[in-house]
Ligand binder design. Structure first.
Ligand code: URA
Length: 232
């Protein structure tokens, strides 16, 4: 790839800025001063800027503790979008959300620029479980656990068997679903006569929301966390 793409991919500088750095003779490739921003480099080339070795990567994986009031999209006409919460240092990666949480749902949302990863996490065939904490207007009953386990028919889809765990307070529950259809958790609760008054996603597969993140805060996933997601 071109050196300007490589360097901007490291988050070091924009492509325009790279041109300047090259002109100033501040960029080296495998020990030689780079002459042109169009110069080609390999992913394993050793590239330095001002003597500092750069670390190239194509993809980035971010964990966001999504606050209410943000749409899970990169653009919206009316509301703020989750990508507005991503810091400048990740701007060049052009991340997008992996799946969707409703505007008034909080919690774990992954943002990435890796389309294949997104497919793996969201395809219904892959069966990646999503775990939610929900507060309800009325208490869940033991018979509801069975209703969730049996799956539910909706107009445009069938919800597979879901796990409902009632906590000591029966108005507070954990729900695990395999799909991520529009308003799925809320609709499943409505089906058994309860309205969700608060919803938070706490896990996707084996990846748990980092509770030390404040609402609106972001951090990169570790390699171990990324591997956990592929294992499901
Ligand atoms: N189910 C819902 O109803 N809303 C969400 O945001 C996610 C799952």
């Amino acid at each position: 790839m071109r050196i300007d793409k490589y360097i901007s991919g490291c988050g070091y500088a924009s492509r325009k800025e790279v041109k300047k750095l090259v002109k100033q003779g501040k960029v080296t490739v495998d020990g030689k001063i780079c002459e042109k921003a169009e110069e080609q480099v390999q992913e394993d080339s050793v590239v330095t800027v001002d003597g500092e070795i750069l670390n190239y990567r194509e993809f980035v994986y971010l964990m966001l503790n999504k606050p209410q009031g943000y749409v899970s999209a990169v653009f919206d006409k009316k509301y703020p979008v989750v990508t507005e919460l991503v810091g400048e240092e990740y701007a060049h990666f052009e991340v997008f959300p992996v799946g969707r949480l409703d505007i008034n749902t909080e919690g774990l949302l992954i943002l990435t620029n890796d389309g294949q990863f997104t497919h793996e996490m969201t395809s219904p065939k892959k069966n990646v479980y999503k775990r939610y904490f929900a507060v309800l207007d009325k208490p869940m009953e033991d018979s509801d656990v069975e209703e969730f386990a049996n799956g539910m028919e909706f107009k445009e889809f069938t919800a597979k068997s879901a796990k409902l765990e009632i906590t000591d307070n029966p108005c507070e529950v954990y729900i695990e679903i395999a799909e991520g259809k529009f308003h799925q958790v809320k609709r499943m609760c409505e089906r058994v006569g309860k309205t969700v008054t608060y919803l938070k996603r706490v896990a996707i597969g084996g990846l748990k929301l980092d509770e030390s993140l404040d609402l609106g805060e972001i951090r990169e996933l570790t390699q171990i966390e990324i591997d956990t997601l592929y294992k499901k």
